[in-house]
Design a protein around this ligand. Structure first.
Ligand SMILES: [Zn+2]
Length: 308
């Protein structure tokens, strides 16, 4: 018979192993989310922070959270300062993806011209550290005809490109715009109310799309949140990360999230695009979907009411 001491040690080992397994597993029904960034750095925008300071602030906050992300850029021009800011993403272990040369809306662009947009951007960024063949559609517009939609997916495939879909779409760009407008006229304005409204907005959209995920797939996907390289994220990214953690969400790297099989799904809808969950819900006929999916028409009254 084992001695009491041996039994205690065995119990302790079993407890440790169980704890270890539990720590490796995502919490039951827990939500996870990755942060991804589009556009920028916008060198012409100096309100609040310079482009270099915005870049450094976003990278610093990602590093503090030990998160790896992806920046989808439009073709970098000859501006060496902007190229350096983009290079810093790769040098910090993040990925750099393709977001076309000039950010056209596919719905107003021919398939051939849109293909050239990808190639021009590819040419300009393929030697940047962190470059990865992943493409995000500007405005999440993936084609207004079956020919364009399917033709471009074939083109991506033949160029060894993957798509960079999102599950959670939001209006960070609009909140940042409103904050910039205020700071332009009142450089010392209190930014905290913008922070609070912004965090509420982001969490509201995350919850909404997570609900859609459960409705259309019966599970919570590994979410991909679309953010932009802008002032409001430079100022409050850490607060957003903490908010998600406080709500029980797990922050994950973008390349981990993209492995969720939902991002390989191609719902047959036209026009194609928007959040993949929104597109799946539309295909399934889920009632009450708002369109345009994420537009300032929904956010303007909220910010007007708060005098922000
Ligand atoms: Zn964009």
């Amino acid at each position: 018979m084992p001695s009491t001491t041996t039994a205690s040690i065995r119990c302790a080992i079993i407890a440790c192993m169980t704890l270890g397994i539990l720590l490796l597993m995502p919490p039951a029904n827990g939500q996870s989310i990755a942060l991804t960034f589009d556009d920028g750095p916008n060198m012409a925008d100096h309100i609040g922070l310079s482009a270099a300071d915005r870049n450094a602030a976003i990278l610093r906050q990602l590093a503090a959270a030990r998160l790896k992300s992806i920046l989808f850029v439009t073709r970098t021009d000859a501006d060496p300062t902007r190229n350096e800011l983009i290079r810093q993403w790769g040098a910090s272990g993040h990925q750099v993806g393709n977001h076309t040369a000039t950010h056209p809306n596919f719905e107003g662009t021919s398939l051939a011209a849109f293909e050239q947009e990808l190639l021009a951007c590819d040419q300009a960024i393929r030697d940047v550290p962190g470059f990865t063949r992943r493409f995000r559609f500007p405005y999440l517009k993936e084609g207004d005809t079956a020919e364009k939609r399917d033709g471009f997916l074939q083109f991506l495939d033949s160029n060894s490109y993957q798509t960079g879909p999102v599950s959670v779409d939001a209006s960070d760009w609009y909140y940042s715009q409103r904050l910039s407008t205020r700071l332009k006229d009142h450089p010392n304005a209190d930014t905290q109310p913008y922070r609070d409204a912004y965090l509420r907005h982001i969490y509201g959209r995350a919850e909404y799309y997570d609900g859609l995920s459960r409705t259309v797939l019966g599970r919570s996907v590994a979410h991909v949140l679309l953010l932009h390289h802008n002032l409001i994220n430079a100022l409050f990214l850490q607060d957003m990360i903490q908010m998600f953690k406080d709500k029980g969400w797990t922050l994950i790297d973008s390349d981990v999230a993209f492995k969720d099989p939902v991002y390989a799904m191609r719902p047959d809808i036209l026009p194609a695009g928007e959040s993949i969950l929104w597109a799946l819900a539309k295909k399934k006929g889920v009632p009450g979907l708002r369109y345009p999916a994420e537009d300032d028409v929904y956010e303007k009254p909220i910010l007007d009411r708060l005098h922000l």
